[in-house]
Design a binder for this molecule. Structure first.
Ligand code: NAD
Ligand code: UFG
Length: 356
């Protein structure tokens, strides 16, 4: 069992959606947490709320507004704390934007990660959990996707994930002291059951459920359903939606693995998904039921680059991380609505403050 008492974990991108939920779980389990985030796609209010939710453990949270590419700032932080491990969420993640601005994505995601790995090595901190993505499976030939499937990238964002996975494998090969877990997330949805923290995307949401949530609170008139002619039960795309709290738990399981099975771990990859596929229309129906809100739909053609059906093989994570998702789409939609109805404009509080 991890003794959390003396462990300090660095969380990059910890003010973001998945990061904030994971930081809360870490604090609740007694870890000390240092977050660095440049707040490009996050609000510091998220961390204030995380600290409140964590009660007296909230005092174990330290925040630095720092860009990962700022080597001097990173060096200073590593000089003033002894980190047992790093959970690395920080990165840009909008697929469409990555097609428009590939250099921004390569610069932010790749240079940020390389700088982090170099500073970690210099400070002899060689345990890492990295946020990869199911995007590396592209349009899979079959489902469920196992970790051994061939990998590909269909856009610059996905390519940064593939390259970082390869960098991690190379780094471990060059120095086996590195212990690295690559987590391939499927589709995170929902919010902490308190409704106090959740997803608050800047600008027009790219992803399905943040968009649905904004329709439900009246910020958008309708949801556009991209593609009705897929070879699926109702013609719409199928994905593996996973509750963000389950996803956060997966990170604690990965950390535990890094400590308990340190001698067995090199650079290992795990899917974090539920193993269940849900269509766009099924997700909308589940949300309507949870919220009591009607979501007006406009049907459109397929979105370029979208796969038909993607869901996870979960056996490896279940066996080796002893982790399994607990929640289904009902709980995801319930908690998403709880967050959205209490915070219709996210952390900003009002339309004037928000990025809308
Ligand atoms: P998010 O945008 O909410 O969080 C990322 C955080 O990183 C933000 O708070 C942002 O301000 C910060 N950041 C970005 N670049 C930075 C930099 N150079 N220096 C410091 N901070 C920086 O995104 P999220 O949904 O929480 O995703 C977290 C990670 O998981 C990302 O790496 C993302 O690619 C990956 N991921 C997300 C999904 C998803 O659907 N949400 C799916 C698969 C993988
Ligand atoms: N969809 C719509 N309308 C929308 C948004 C999405 O119909 O407004 C559909 C999509 O066509 C797809 C499904 O809803 O069939 C899910 O789309 P998302 O954009 O929510 O999720 P994706 O699976 O396309 O991609 C997301 C992230 C990727 C990440 C991947 C992990 O955007 O970065 O999940 O599996 F890699």
């Amino acid at each position: 069992m991890v003794s959390a008492l003396v462990r300090t974990i660095l969380v990059t991108g910890g003010a973001g959606y998945i990061g904030s939920h994971t930081v809360l779980q870490l604090l609740q389990q007694g870890f000390r947490v240092v977050v660095i985030d440049n707040l490009d796609n996050a609000s510091q209010v998220a961390l204030i709320r995380v600290a409140e939710l964590a009660g007296h453990n909230g005092a174990n949270l330290v925040f630095h507004k720092v860009d990962l590419r700022d080597r001097h700032a990173l060096e200073d932080i590593f000089s003033s704390h002894r980190f047992e491990a790093v959970i690395h969420f920080a990165g840009l993640k909008a697929v469409g934007e990555s097609v428009q601005k590939p250099l921004l994505y390569y610069d932010n995601n790749l240079i940020g990660t390389i700088t982090l790995l170099e500073v970690m090595a210099a400070h002899r901190c060689k345990k890492l959990v990295f946020s990869s993505s199911a995007t590396v499976y592209g349009w899979p030939k079959e489902v469920p996707c196992t970790e051994e499937f061939p990998l590909c990238a269909t856009n610059p964002y996905g390519r940064t994930k593939l390259v970082i996975e390869d960098i991690c494998r190379d780094v471990h090969r060059s120095d086996p002291e590195w212990k690295i877990i690559l987590l391939r997330y499927f589709n995170p949805v929902g919010a902490h059951p308190s409704g106090y923290i959740g997803e608050d995307p800047c600008g027009i949401p790219n992803n399905l459920m943040p968009y649905v949530q904004q329709v439900a609170v009246g910020r958008r008139p309708h949801l556009t359903v991209y593609g009705t002619d897929y070879n699926t039960k109702d013609g719409t795309g199928v994905r593996d939606y996973i509750h963000v709290v389950d996803l956060a738990d997966g990170h604690i399981a990965a950390l535990r693995k890094l400590y308990e099975d340190s001698d067995k771990i090199g650079c290992e990859v795990y899917n974090l998904g539920t193993g269940k596929g849900t269509s766009v229309l099924e997700m909308v129906a589940a949300f309507e039921k949870a919220s009591g809100k009607k979501i007006p739909l406009v049907f459109a053609g397929r979105r370029p680059g979208d796969a038909e059906i993607v869901y996870a093989a979960t056996a490896k994570a279940e066996k080796e991380l002893k982790w399994k998702a607990k929640y289904g789409v009902e709980e995801m939609c319930r908690d998403l609505w709880n967050w959205a109805s209490k915070n219709p404009y996210g952390y900003a509080g009002s339309p004037e403050d928000g990025s809308n």
